[in-house]
Design a protein around this ligand. Structure first.
Ligand SMILES: *[C@@H]1O[C@H](CO)[C@@H](O)[C@H](O)[C@H]1NC(C)=O
Ligand SMILES: *[C@@H]1O[C@H](CO)[C@@H](O)[C@H](O)[C@H]1NC(C)=O
Ligand SMILES: *[C@@H]1O[C@H](CO)[C@@H](O)[C@H](O)[C@H]1NC(C)=O
Length: 185
């Protein structure tokens, strides 16, 4: 039964082809940033409909940030994740930040926004590796993936990565479909 459930989960992820650009990390209660430290942004590059974007950090509280702050002027989608240094973003400890990806020519044109997240004080633990989604594999807008090898929060989502990838993904889908046929569904 477990194997069968896993196959259906993989099949469902293969079939979600109409998904749009989404920021996978940071965001939500389990994926925070740590102040005065390097922090990661991860997005679903395989499903993105944009080749590049400006990365901004916003906060609903004007005492924290008066307006969204651009931290990366232009980021190619195919990178799939980026490590933000303290030089690029030196933001105060607070709740309710969001990361925004916007049109490089018009930063009011928001392509995607993360779930709200906190920036914790220096010295706080990073989020658990297991909580951090991965986005490696072949991205849209590029024939090869150049994901950052320096990423500290990457975990091994081997099967999902294989499915999300190009030729490997198609091969995996073939295996899935063969499996479904074999089970008589
Ligand atoms: C960004 O993407 C647009 C297409 O959306 C493309 O025309 C432009 O050349 C790209 N810019 C860079 C710097 O890659
Ligand atoms: C968080 O920010 C949003 C706007 O981005 C605002 O509507 C909301 O009230 C804020 N929540 C808290 C708890 O400050
Ligand atoms: C920038 O984007 C916003 C939101 O999509 C839009 O309302 C505005 O007209 C755009 N500005 C220009 C100069 O295109």
């Amino acid at each position: 039964m477990l194997a069968r459930a896993a196959i259906f989960a993989v099949a469902a992820s293969v079939m979600s082809v109409s998904a749009q650009l989404q920021i996978l990390a940071p965001g939500g209660p389990n994926l925070w940033w740590v102040a005065q430290s390097e922090n990661n942004i991860v997005w679903n590059c395989q499903e993105s409909q944009f080749q590049n974007f400006t990365i901004l950090v916003a906060n609903g509280n004007p005492d924290v940030l008066v307006s969204p702050e651009a931290i990366i002027a232009i980021e190619p989608n195919f990178n799939c994740d980026i490590m933000i240094t303290t030089q690029q973003a030196n933001l105060p400890v607070a709740d309710n930040y969001t990361v925004q990806f916007a049109n490089p020519l018009n930063s009011s044109d928001i392509y995607a926004q993360s779930q709200p997240f906190a920036i914790m004080a220096l010295g706080a633990a990073y989020p658990a590796t297991s909580a951090t989604p991965t986005a490696s594999g072949t991205a849209t807008g590029s024939s090869s993936s150049t994901g950052s090898a320096a990423s500290v929060t990457k975990s091994s989502g081997a099967s999902l990565n294989a499915v999300a990838g190009g030729p490997a993904g198609l091969a995996a889908m073939g295996v899935v479909l063969a499996g479904l046929v074999g089970m008589g569904v």
